[in-house]
Design a protein around this ligand. Sequence first.
Ligand code: GAR
Length: 198
Amino acid sequence: MSHKRVAILISGGGSNMVSLLESMTGDHAARPCLVLANNADAGGLAKAAAAGVKTAVVDHRPFKGDREAFEAELVKPILAAEADIVCLAGFMRVLTAGFVSQFEGRMLNIHPSLLPKYKGLHTHARALEAGDAEHGCTVHEVTPRLDDGPILGQARVPVQSDDTPDTLAARVLVQEHLLYPAVLRRYAAGDRTPVLLG
Ligand code: GAR
């Protein structure tokens, strides 16, 4: 069987990336081909290298806000790695419609809220401010609209009365590490039935 090739894009510590790498073994239909960061300081790069996965960095800063010029470079290592599937895993740059369209139907993202609630940033603080009884995370197919696109899985956690954004984020992150590998496993096997946890 020839495996699907997965590129994972990160900006930081890459804990979701590690959970994806660790999941792609055995009868999984995919294998990692690249971990790509927009920041040479991303802690996840060393973790990917330690796992024997090819890494690359395309720093967004020299492009000074010219997203298309940044993306023209960002796409190169993804194409060179012959990725079939692109997973955004804590990748904190907004992507243009032009970039997204190159990977239509084969790019996933994890977002730390129960979409369609709380697109964008500060999701945990916003859930607390709203007095929500539950919160969670979502894996979705990436479309040109930010934090939009068909939902492929969600995991729910209870909000506790003494939660801070940090304690809530930590509870959600535990679920992210379960949800994203579960969704990728199905997706790589051609099954888009949503994964529902919690
Ligand atoms: C995760 O919580 C992920 O859901 C979030 O960033 C964190 C990255 O952690 N993503 C977003 O907020 C995307 N807008 P990680 O680097 O340890 O996986």
